[in-house]
Design a binder for this molecule. Structure first.
Ligand code: HH2
Length: 277
């Protein structure tokens, strides 16, 4: 999933694009680099961010969603506002990415009525206050239970399918983020595909000598390859070309490993059959 922020203030790429035409061109580039979805967002969720008025968010995202969808791009809409999700889906978005985890009943009904799947993300608090002393007794179990409950409720209300996301950096300290990433295999074992959004986030700066957001690609790749190996289905990233290359190489090596495992199994089975014949 390629990140396309049409905001002035996103934490790593705010203000990069000067208007809809430039945003559409950037989205097309992500698509041609191998993104499965281009995730269009018009409101930053960085820690401390103020909300954006619905009218302003609509004006930012709608021309971009419509322009990309008209060119055959699979667009997801990154919003917490039901009205924005609804208008974006009408303009051609085929996935709703809600960092509030479909908390609003009206968000669930937008997805259900339009028949579009949704991403349910875990967040403690709101972007404004989420990093004020987040505390968990068992972060993995708590996030797991939250995602299961929200997924159950969404499916009951008619949302056709959901992806789940532990919400890296949303109301979590470094140790919480690490515990959640370390539990990728567990979190992806419950049926709903797992999305990981760790791209360029501050945990990488914390782990790697305070590198700034634009210096965090190597750490992002390390986290995402780790997650992909352990079952993450979708990686939300700013650097699509680099991830496409890394995943192609990882996939080829993993396939070779599986091929060797099959050969070994056949060899053992053949030897057993021989000794019994
Ligand atoms: N992270 C961000 C935004 N949306 N959606 C999901 N499902 N998971 C995430 O981890 C996630 C997300 C924050 O990153 P970014 O869009 O780059 O920054 P900003 O919120 O400042 O625009």
């Amino acid at each position: 999933m390629g990140v396309l922020n049409v905001t002035p203030d996103s934490f790593s790429d705010g203000g990069r694009l000067s208007g809809p035409d430039e945003a559409i061109a950037a989205g097309l580039e992500l698509w041609h680099q191998g993104a499965t979805f281009v995730d269009v967002g018009g409101e930053s969720s960085r820690p401390g961010a103020e909300g954006v008025a619905e009218r302003d968010e609509l004006a930012r995202v709608l021309p971009v969603v419509a322009g990309l969808a008209a060119r055959g791009v699979r667009v997801s809409i990154d919003t917490v506002k039901p009205a924005v999700a609804e208008a974006a889906v009408e303009a051609g978005a085929c996935l709703v990415n809600d960092i509030r985890g479909l908390r609003d009943e009206s968000m669930r009904s937008v997805c259900a009525q339009a028949g579009v799947p949704a991403v349910i993300m875990h967040m403690r608090g709101t972007p404004r206050n989420m990093q004020r002393t987040p505390h968990y007794r068992d972060v993995v179990a708590e996030v797991e239970a939250f995602l299961a409950e929200r997924a159950r409720r969404a499916l009951e209300d008619g949302v056709p399918s959901v992806l789940v996301d532990p919400g890296i950096g949303f109301g979590k300290r470094l140790a919480h983020n690490l515990a959640l990433l370390g539990a990728t295999a567990r979190l992806s074992s419950h049926g709903a595909p797992l999305l990981i959004g760790a791209s360029r986030k501050s945990m990488i700066g914390r782990l790697a000598g305070r590198a700034g957001p634009l210096e965090r690609l190597p750490g992002t790749l390390a986290l995402n390859l780790y997650a992909a190996e352990r079952g993450a289905a979708l990686l939300r990233v700013h650097d699509v070309a680099e991830h496409a290359q890394a995943l192609a190489v990882l996939g080829a090596v993993a396939a070779a490993e599986r091929g060797r495992a099959v050969e070994e199994r056949d060899r053992v089975a053949g030897a057993r059959a021989g000794s019994h014949g």
